[in-house]
Design a protein around this ligand. Structure first.
Ligand SMILES: Nc1nc2c(ncn2[C@@H]2O[C@H](COP(=O)(O)OP(=O)(O)OP(=O)(O)O)[C@@H](O)[C@H]2O)c(=O)[nH]1
Ligand SMILES: [Mg+2]
Length: 396
């Protein structure tokens, strides 16, 4: 139970260490894929970030940090990023040179996301930049989001069902514009795929039936263009549900779990321990739910989890313990996958804590439900591990 004691005192620490928080964020950031946004001013770049993260636009604006001379970067969530958006701002001014932004990306997982208004045929600058990118990296996939679709609709029309974009008779003009624009991008040099995705992300006051028109198609394209872990991240972000706080908590849990996995894999930053990362996660979740952890609340949460579960918090689990926790997974994952175990336990702890905090806010904690959420989330975590290929060092 030593790990639990370390964890407990870290959660109850009245003065959380800022350095630790920075180290945890750094760990997560190292793993997070980067979406490189390229496109003219006001083409809809920030709206795409808002749609993917569910984060309010104003906070996205404030969350951007300078990165290179020509780009800013938004880490989401900032405390333990699961995804990062690099927004290159040189567009509109002729002569944007992408080399510095390219260099910032070269060694990491990323997707190039070009953004162009569907009815705006003047895309020379964007095409020039993309050509430069693909000449340097012929294999990089490019996703082109074609935005502002309704500029090509008949006056006052709402969106058709997404699949009708391809054949609705009244949209012939829009289709022609989309096809002509797509053709320009398909001519890019290089071997990587080019995906074009029509979208329209409107503000509620514009009155469209679906403010995220085409979001699913965009996520599909990003998944196909991106790294193995991308699908897990995007789907987790998209699973919003109706509970606003739970939706805010979810990416945090994923980010801290990824950081926990990374802390096992990267001995250099070994001073960032799994129990410490888990403690930081509980702090973050407490802030989201507006509840401070104290002896009493943490004690209650621990009691709901049960001692059998507590024993696994903060530990590096071996195959045997894993097999006990989740029957059937012991063999799949293999003995060496300490980081997969840390990921899973941290993820399950975070989901159980979110559930607990939500229920405590409403004043209706059902203890057995907390334990059930933990167990269910552990299974979910192992699915994520497999889908993301986190256990890929092991024999298949
Ligand atoms: N109707 C519609 N409006 C959009 C769409 N995308 C963005 N907008 C609106 O266009 C304006 C600019 O969108 P942003 O997402 O801020 O564009 P941006 O590319 O980040 O702009 P800059 O940061 O100024 O370069 C906002 O008022 C958005 O609400 C879209 O697909 N359809
Ligand atoms: Mg913007």
């Amino acid at each position: 139970m030593r790990a639990w004691r370390v964890f407990r005192s870290a959660v109850l620490d009245p003065k959380p260490q800022a350095d630790d928080a920075t180290a945890v964020a750094e760990l997560a950031r190292e793993q997070a894929p980067v979406v490189w946004l390229l496109g003219k001013v006001q083409s809809g770049k920030t709206s795409i970030v808002r749609a993917i993260t569910g984060h309010p636009e104003a906070e996205i604006g404030r969350g951007y940090q300078p990165c290179t001379r020509t780009a800013r970067i938004f880490d989401f969530p900032p405390e333990a990023p699961v995804i990062r958006f690099l927004d290159s701002s040189g567009f509109g001014d002729a002569g944007y040179d992408p080399s510095e932004d390219l260099a910032a990306l070269e060694s990491r997982a990323h997707v190039v996301l070009a953004v162009a208004r569907a009815m705006d045929s003047r895309q020379h600058e964007l095409l020039r930049v993309l050509r430069e990118v693909r000449e340097r990296h012929p294999d990089w996939a490019v996703v082109v989001a074609q935005t502002w679709l309704h500029e090509g609709y008949p006056e006052g029309a709402d969106h058709p069902p997404y699949e009708r974009l391809a054949d609705a008779p009244e949209l012939a003009d829009l289709r022609r514009a989309l096809a002509m624009q797509a053709a320009l991008f398909k001519e890019l040099p290089g071997t990587g795929a080019v995906y074009t995705v029509p979208i329209d992300f409107t503000r509620p006051e514009e009155g469209y039936s679906n403010p995220y028109y085409g979001l699913d198609a965009l996520l599909d394209a990003l998944e196909q263009a991106g790294s193995a872990g991308m699908n897990v991240i995007l789907r987790s972000l998209a699973a919003r549900g109706s509970d606003r706080l739970a939706a805010r908590a979810r990416p945090h849990v994923l980010g801290y779990a990824i950081a926990a996995a990374a802390s096992d894999a990267l001995p250099v930053v070994g001073f960032v321990t799994v129990p410490m990362i888990q403690a930081k996660m509980l702090h973050s979740l407490g802030r989201i739910y507006g509840l401070d952890w104290n002896r009493r609340t943490l004690g209650r949460f621990a009691a709901s989890l049960g001692t059998g579960t507590l024993a696994s918090i903060g530990l590096k689990l071996g195959a045997r313990q894993l097999a006990k926790l989740v029957p059937g997974y012991g063999q799949t994952i293999g003995a060496a996958a300490a980081s997969a175990a840390s990921f899973s336990v941290t993820y399950a702890l975070g989901r159980a804590a979110s559930y607990y905090l939500g229920a405590a806010r409403r004043g209706e904690v059902d203890r057995s439900e907390v334990a059930r959420v933990y167990r269910e989330s552990l299974k979910e975590a192992f699915d994520i591990v497999r889908k993301a290929g986190m256990h890929r060092d092991e024999k298949r």
